[in-house]
Each structure stands twice: as C-alpha cells, then as structure tokens.
Design a protein around this ligand. Structure first.
Ligand code: LEU
Length: 487
C-alpha cells in the first residue's frame, strides 16, 4: 500500500499529484464562491440575478453545507464500489461540468443544476483525495503528519489564488467568464491527476476496501433507486405546487445538518462493533464536534456575511485600481499559509506541554468569538451605514484564522483517533460534517443579519462563541479523561 519514495520535497511523489489535484479543486471551489454571492444578489443590469441579499447568503450556506454533507456518499462509494482513485476522478469531472455549465449565460435554474453537480462532485472528490494522502505512508512512517500539513497548504494556496484570479475576472469583466475560469482550474487538476497519478500514486486507492457482495448489490441498488425516485417525485411535486421554495429547501437542509450527525453518533455509540473504551471516546467527541460546528459557523460567514460586508461597507482603491471585494476571500487562506508553519513550530517546541485538544478547541472558539466582537467597533463608530476601513475585516479574518489553526489540523486527526475502528473509513466525512452542520445552521442565521443591526448580530454570535469556549474549557479535564488515552 505504501510507496516508499521521497521525490517531492522529501515526501512520496504521490503527494505531488494529490497536492496539485486538491490545489486546483479548491481553486475552482473557492474561486466560484468568491463571486457566487455577488452574482446572486447583484442587480440584473450589473450582470447578477437580482436575488434578495439575505436569500443569496442563505443559498451560499445551503450550498456549502451540501458540498460537505455529500462527502458521506463519496466516502461510501469509494469504500464499497469504486475505490478512492476512480471516485476522485469522477468527482472532478462532475465539478468541472458544474462550473462550465455556469459559464453559460443563464438564470437561477442553471445555477441550481450547476450546484447539484458541484455538490455531488465535491462529495466524491474531497474526502477521498484527503484519505489517499494517508495511503502514501506506511503506518510507521514519521513523515505522515508533515504530509498532511503540506496537503493542508495546497488547499489554502489554491484558495488564496482563486479569488484574485476568478474574483477579478468575475467582478471586473463578467461573472460567467469567472465561473468558466473556475472550471478550467478543475480541468487542470484532472489532467494532473490522470497524467501524474499513473506514475506516482502506484496502487494507492485502486482497490475497493470493503466491496459490496453480489447479494448486497441488488438490495442496495434497489433501495437507493427507490429513495432517489421518491426524492425526485417529491421535489417535482413540491416545485410544481410551489410548496418547495428555496426557503423551505433551506429549512430541510438545516434539519438534515442536525439530524445526520445525531444519527451518526447514535449509530456509532450503539453499534456492537464499538468497544467500551470506544464508547467513551464517542461521548468525548460530541462536545468537540459541537465546538467545531460553532467554530465553522463563524468561520464560514467570512464567505457570506463578511463578503457582503466587504462589498457594501468598505471600498478600497489603489491608485486608479479598484480592489474587487472578492479579494477579501484571499485573506483567510493567506493567513493560514503564513501562520501554519509558526503553529507547527510552536507545538514542536512545547511538545508534551502543549494544551490538550479540548483546550485548543476552547481557545479556537475564543478567537472565533473575538473575530466577530471586533466587528462591533466599526458598526458602533460608523453608525452602521458609513463606509468603514477595510482593515477591520483584515483583523477579523486574522483572528478567525488563529482559531482555525488551533482547531482544524487537530480536528481531523482527533476525529480519526476517537472514532471507533469499525467506522474508520468514514471518519473523513464525519469531520466534514462539522462544517456541513455549521453551514446548515448558517442557512437560517444569515437571514437574521438583514433584520437586526450589525452591532447586535456580531455581538450576539461573538459572545455565544466565547461562552461556548468557556464551557468547553471548564469541561476539558472531563473530556480529556473520557478520551481514554487519546490526546
Ligand atoms: N478550508 C477547509 C477546506 O476547504 C475547510 C474544511 C476543513 C471544512 O478544506
């Protein structure tokens, strides 16, 4: 399974393939999102769809939630039918197709079809490309953690570049051209994956780990078929009768975002394959999961609420060049890329003395909370309507990234360690569910932004995160103990 080489910065050459596949996939995803919000609520004469801004933010959140929720399907398909390699490839094709569809001039219906493709495609690609990273190393290989850090860099380098390119083209020239460029990014990623993967990935991801038995196949396919048919019929009736509006759909996704992880936890806890120690770990994971949901709820609003804030409440010109508001989306990944090495050094230096995982999560919530609390100041000083300095946003993004670096890298690894062995194949999707649940809740929250003052909105959510952080900090010894030897 392992490919013992070091042809890429001291790591297996396969990491090169995965690095650039994920780089370009994230380029397309975050490039699209950087302009999607504006595309939806800008007026028709500005090239937009003229949707209500609250609704546009809500659609962003629903879409973001589904993109990570679908990881469950992608993880399952790879594990039981196609293997990770082929699943990733098909995922990339779906994503590319979704973006190219949006490159065509069209209205809201094309947008929703395109989102459907990207949701399915990302579900197939994202959890699986991350899990092949682990396959590059033997279990005993000490480079494994560093490999994941390099991979995390690729995510953020792609996310950094995308708003600058897709954002500029989309906002200064034409939204559809921007979406097209996002599609080209995914095409480049696919080409790299296909061409270099053959050579560099060896056999990794080609096998199906837990293949469906022939007798299971029929049962599973029939059930899925019936379920899909029911959803399509219900959807068609809902749309025809006008019952299924975007708002109603959003409510369904919010409910799913909460129900799916709940069922997951109950299932893991009650499974007879879960040992006694593992049960304790499942319980310990619940507060960590909830903290991550709170954290992502704030972090993801950087792409919705703060994006609209950048567009309407600040203005930045350098000479005669007007900085497109989408460029603010590069701040988060920029801070991640520049500060991640500092954090890595810090943890190395502190060794055993570094804070426990629950404590890191609590601190992450403090920083997330602060990132919103600081936004109360410009709200207060400007009276909520005058233009404010874009530096407030820079500060807010900086603070949330400090939190992200405390939570995100540890979060993935702690999920792998705390989930029962029998569920190992699904841990990647379980971690992505934290962001899915967060954005499912955001689908409702972001609408509140339109009806309360900025001061109240940022103040309330910022304080909520801090209170949550305090609770986790107080509970941290109990959580650590329940983790039974994992730290
Ligand atoms: N920024 C991260 C990514 O795109 C978020 C994820 C961990 C939910 O990969």
């Amino acid at each position: 399974k392992s490919v013992p080489q070091n042809g890429f910065v001291g790591h297996p050459k396969g990491l090169f393939t995965l690095f650039f596949t994920e780089f370009w996939e994230r380029f397309s995803y975050y490039g699209m999102r950087a302009i999607l919000i504006f595309f939806m609520y800008y007026e028709l004469h500005e090239g937009g769809l003229g949707l209500d801004r609250g609704l546009a933010n809500s659609i962003m959140a629903i879409y973001g939630s589904l993109v990570y929720m679908s990881g469950i399907i992608g993880g399952w398909i790879a594990d039981r039918i196609l293997g990770t390699r082929r699943t990733i490839f098909y995922g990339g094709v779906f994503i590319m197709f979704g973006h190219f569809l949006l490159a065509l001039p069209g209205g809201a219906s094309i947008l929703f079809v395109s989102m459907f493709f990207i949701v399915i495609g990302t579900g197939l690609l994202k959890p699986n490309v991350s899990s092949i990273v682990g396959d590059m190393y033997a279990d005993t290989d000490s480079r494994r953690d560093a490999g994941f850090s390099i991979f995390y860099m690729s995510i953020n380098m792609g996310s950094f570049l995308a708003p600058l390119i897709v954002g500029t083209i989309g906002q200064q020239y034409n939204f559809h051209l921007g979406f097209g460029v996002a599609g080209i990014g995914m095409l480049v990623g696919l080409i790299i994956f296909k061409l270099t993967g053959k050579k560099y990935l060896g056999l990794a991801g080609l096998q199906v780990n837990n293949p469906l038995l022939p007798e299971e196949r029929k049962k599973v396919f029939t059930r899925f078929g019936i379920l899909a048919l029911l959803i399509i019929i219900a959807g068609a009736i809902g749309i025809k009768t006008g019952v299924l509006t975007v708002n109603v759909f959003g409510l369904i996704i919010t409910a799913l975002g909460i129900v799916i992880p709940t069922l997951y936890f109950i299932y893991m806890y009650r499974s007879e394959k879960t040992t006694k120690d593992e049960k304790s770990r499942v319980l310990a994971y619940i507060p960590l999961f909830l903290s991550a949901v709170m954290f992502w709820a704030i972090q993801e609003q950087g792409a919705t609420i703060l994006a609209t804030y950048a567009d309407s409440r600040t203005r930045l010109d350098i000479g005669s060049f007007h900085i497109p508001s989408s460029w603010f989306q590069s701040l988060n990944p920029l801070f991640v890329v520049t500060m991640a090495p500092l954090f890595a050094m810090l943890w190395m230096k502190w060794g055993d003395k570094q804070p426990s995982t629950p404590r890191k999560f609590a601190y992450a919530l403090f920083f997330a909370g602060l990132s919103f609390l600081v936004m109360m100041l410009p709200a207060y000083l400007s009276g909520g309507t005058d233009l404010v300095s874009p530096l407030w946003l820079v500060l807010s993004f900086f603070l949330v990234v400090v939190g992200e670096l405390l939570l995100s890298p540890v979060g993935l690894s702690v999920t792998t360690k705390l989930a029962p062995k029998a569920f190992a194949a699904q841990t990647m999707s379980l971690w992505f569910l934290t962001s899915a649940a967060a954005q499912a809740i955001n689908a409702q929250l972001v609408k509140v932004y339109e009806v309360v003052s900025e001061f109240t909105y940022f103040g309330f959510l910022g304080s909520l995160a801090i209170v949550f952080g305090i609770i986790i900090l107080v509970l941290s010894p109990i959580i650590s103990k329940a983790m039974r030897g994992i730290n």
